[in-house]
Design a protein around this ligand. Structure first.
Ligand code: B12
Length: 505
């Protein structure tokens, strides 16, 4: 058996063949994304087939479990606890939980079946959300709420509640089970908690509640209570140094022998063995921690313009197994954006920015071979440059790298490039795409000149024009008649592939 935890967290849960993974219900929102395998998802008393690409959003306290057919099934999930994220009365109509808009007809669960493209889109948002949750930097709650809203709004476009709407309960019955579940999750630490005490507080008979509970949750009340207590014990064992006596009290158990017996039945190990087994995870956490320190040092040293150190630290992050785009975004670009902000506020001046930019470029030199996937077939030819009057080239260089990573042959025209040079190069060298970068509002208009020059040269229908840089947006792109704008380098490279394919048709 493979059990989840109850915290506000994001975890990958891998379910092995023939087993059932019972995920504890959460007092907030739970979002489950199946990233590999097939199996079934039991929500209340309904069993629904599920497969890679299915995403579920579950209302608080929705009892559910996964089982798999053959081969492992991987469920990645995010648990957002009500009290961690949302303040105020959660029954109020303007409470975030009620703003999700993806639950229909009071259904406790919304499900979407995603195709590859939508899967990638949702997975990206899912990752961003879990990263924020794990890192909890600065205004993390606000950022998490923002990401959550974006994820749920996007998801609502794909949600198909018709497939998965467990409706065999009357609303009153469902409320009763939910209330019982809530009581268990709130009061499991009390040894006197029983089905009878809950039934009494809900003004129903014990037998009625027992039947409803078993039908809804898929297991008897006593088993569910034991599971909640044992999940808590597992968490305390791995996340704290508390003794067995302290843990049994926190889990509502009466004495040590019953704690040891129940724990062994539940996990197949003793509490000590369980704690030791999870030491490995602690090492992984430490590794993650080390990486975080390296990334923040990259950012700090970049701000100080310590190019040599930045170079070394980027190499150290690579050796530590960091993802190259993580190093770029969380280390180098994070540092550059602090410098940018200070520059704007006159806290630092051109020389400081220049040395930071040099450190950034040194870091990128180390990163480049790792960002650029090897052995990719050339998909087309691009010429790229920063427009006339503009000397900013960091963003342009990153876009260039990403394009090379997608297999493009890239002609780099450098900075301060006149409109005619872009067009002439495209014509002479047979480029399918012209990429223009601009960082100054005063130089944006050169991009319009590039479009006009391409028309004048008679190549407008053979070449796609992409524009980007901090002051550029979609509106501007459309207004000057360019073909594509993207906000960052990674999406620029994806869009370039798409544009090339359009030209080939
Ligand atoms: C570094 C920097 C410099 C360095 C440049 C070094 C270099 N080699 O590039 C130096 C010190 C030389 C410099 C000089 C100046 N700078 Co300056 N600079 C910056 C700074 C701090 C960072 C820019 C940067 O590199 N960002 C990081 C990169 C990765 O981001 P990016 O370029 O936006 O690129 C990303 C996307 O936009 C996209 N993208 C980029 N290009 C393209 C192209 C395509 C086709 C696509 C699809 C996508 C795409 O992908 C990239 C990666 O994801 C910004 C402030 C800021 N926060 O942006 C000011 C900033 C751009 N600079 C500014 C100014 C005013 C100047 C100067 C005029 C200052 C002066 N008084 O002399 C001079 C101008 C020199 C000139 N003629 O160009 C202003 C511009 C204001 C405006 N709205 O016009 C800014 C915004 C600072 C500010 N707030 O005042 N600067």
């Amino acid at each position: 058996m493979n059990y989840g935890t109850e915290s506000c967290s994001c975890a990958m849960t891998e379910i092995l063949p023939g087993t059932t993974c019972t995920l504890p219900s959460c007092d907030g929102v739970e979002i489950d994304l199946i990233t590999a395998g097939t199996g079934s998802h039991c929500i209340f008393d309904q069993t629904i087939p599920c497969k890679t690409g299915d995403i579920y959003v579950l209302r608080p306290q929705t009892a559910h479990a996964y089982g798999c057919d053959d081969g492992p099934m991987t469920v990645r999930r995010i648990l957002l606890r009500e009290k961690d994220l949302f303040d105020g009365d959660f029954s109020a109509p303007d409470h975030p939980r009620f703003c999700y808009g993806i639950f229909r007809d009071l259904s406790p669960v919304a499900c979407a079946t995603l195709n590859r493209k939508t899967f990638e889109e949702i997975e990206g948002q899912f990752r961003a959300l879990s990263r924020e949750l794990q890192e909890q930097k600065g205004e993390w709650k606000e950022v998490v709420k923002a990401y959550l809203s974006v994820l749920l709004i996007t998801l609502s476009r794909y949600t198909d509640s018709a497939i998965k709407n467990p409706a065999s309960y009357s609303p009153a019955e469902r409320d009763l089970v939910q209330a019982a579940l809530r009581t268990v999750n709130e009061a499991f630490a009390s040894p006197s908690l029983t089905l009878e005490s809950i039934a009494r507080s809900l003004f129903v008979s014990k037998a009625h509640l027992s039947r409803l509970f078993k039908r809804g949750v898929g297991q008897p009340f006593s088993e569910y209570l034991r599971r909640v207590r044992m999940n808590r014990a597992c968490r305390l064992l791995t996340e704290t140094e508390r003794s067995a006596e302290e843990i049994l009290t926190a889990c509502g158990l009466r004495d040590l022998p019953s704690f040891y017996r129940t724990f062994h039945e539940y996990t197949g190990t003793t509490p000590v063995q369980y704690r030791n087994l999870h030491k490995k995870e602690k090492i992984i956490d430490k590794k993650g921690e080390k990486l975080m320190i390296i990334l923040s040092e990259i950012s700090e040293n970049l701000q100080k313009g310590k190019a040599k150190l930045v170079k070394e630290m980027v190499q150290a992050a690579i050796d530590e197994g960091a993802n190259p785009s993580e190093i770029l975004n969380e280390g180098l670009l994070a540092g550059m954006s602090v410098i940018g902000e200070k520059f704007k506020n006159n806290e630092v001046y051109v020389p400081e920015v220049l040395v930071a930019a040099r450190a950034m470029n040194m870091g990128i030199t180390v990163l480049k071979p790792h960002l650029v996937a090897s052995g990719v077939q050339a998909v087309g030819k691009v010429c790229i440059g920063t427009v006339q009057g503009d000397l900013h080239d960091i963003g342009k260089n990153i876009v260039k790298m990403m394009l090379e990573g997608k297999g493009f042959e890239v002609v780099d025209l450098g900075t301060d490039v006149p409109a005619e040079t872009f067009v002439q190069t495209a014509k002479e060298q047979g480029c399918q795409i012209i990429c223009c970068s601009a960082l100054l509002t005063t130089t944006m208009d050169v991009m319009a000149d590039v479009v006009k020059a391409a028309e004048a040269a008679g190549i407008r229908d053979q070449v796609k024009i992409m524009v980007g840089g901090a002051p550029i947006n979609q509106e501007f792109c459309a207004a000057i008649g360019a073909d594509c704008y993207t906000v960052d380098a990674a999406s620029a490279a994806d869009a370039a592939v798409e544009l090339c394919n359009q030209l080939k048709k």
